[in-house]
Design a protein around this ligand. Structure first.
Ligand code: FPP
Length: 245
């Protein structure tokens, strides 16, 4: 799958990825699940590099869902440690490559050491502008929507907003993703065809791309495939084909 087939004038602005299949990748090799997560980290690096090369402005990765808290404690601890070490290793490289680091999710649930470090990485990269890399951590879309409703209700109660002025823009501006454009392309690896509580509002008009590749095997050429598939689709946003042309 060649880079040449990608139309540089139709690059998606925002790609979101459900990185699935680390556990199965390890199992197939008779390894512990942790090895799969470690291998998944390498895919993250490759895909970030590729986004920079292609001029993609926003990449959002589902790294840990609210439901993932139900996994065995040992696996959770491993994932948290892997995240911490990855951020420590990559902080310099984020700045060198002009990458702004962001998070969405309930960071209050994360161990203090991790949330403090996340804040530091966000602060130290906040002026970067080539790519915004957002990690969804302890993230669940329904819980995000609950937070939005709470925040807007408080504003209505305190006469900051009138309920008749609540519209889609107001809701957008209260989502964790308020500073990001809508998702153009959502990719899920490992053959599962589910959204799993990821960015439900934000993917209303996204193109969905499912691949059987397990996340640790996902490489640049797989991203090219997804982008080419996206570029060959007609995004009508509810209009007719003629109106688009
Ligand atoms: C899904 O595979 C993956 C996760 C729950 C964690 C994602 C973590 C990484 C890719 C590691 C590195 C990330 C960063 C940002 C440093 P799974 O465990 O659900 O796989 P399975 O469905 O095959 O069991």
């Amino acid at each position: 799958m060649s880079l040449k087939k990608i139309d540089k004038n139709k690059i998606p602005q925002h790609i979101a990825v459900i990185m699935d299949g680390n556990g199965r990748w390890a199992k197939k090799r008779g390894m512990k699940r942790e090895k799969g997560h470690r291998a998944g980290r390498k895919s993250v690096k490759k895909i970030v590099e590729s986004c920079i090369e292609l001029g993609i402005k926003n990449l959002t990765l589902y790294a840990f869902s609210t439901e993932n808290w139900n996994r065995p404690k040992l696996e959770i601890d491993f994932l948290m440690q892997l995240l911490f070490l990855s951020l420590k290793d990559e902080l310099k490289s984020l700045n060198k490559n002009n990458i702004r680091f962001e998070t969405i999710g309930n960071l209050g649930m994360l161990p203090k050491k991790i949330s403090t470090y996340l804040q530091k990485v966000k602060n130290e990269t906040r002026k970067n502008s080539k790519l915004t890399l957002t990690l969804a951590l302890s993230y669940g879309s329904r819980s995000e929507i609950v937070d939005v409703v709470r925040e807007i209700s408080d504003k209505v109660k305190n006469n900051i907003i009138s309920s008749k002025n609540i519209d889609e823009t107001v809701i957008n501006n209260h989502l964790y993703t308020r500073n990001l454009p809508d998702v153009d392309l959502l990719i899920r690896t490992s053959g599962e065809k589910r959204i799993s509580n990821f960015l439900l509002w934000q993917i209303a008009y996204s193109e969905l791309y499912f691949t059987k590749k397990l996340w640790p095997d996902f490489r640049k050429k797989d991203l090219y495939r997804a982008i080419i598939s996206y570029q060959n689709r007609e995004r009508r946003f509810g209009k007719t084909s003629e109106q688009i042309k």
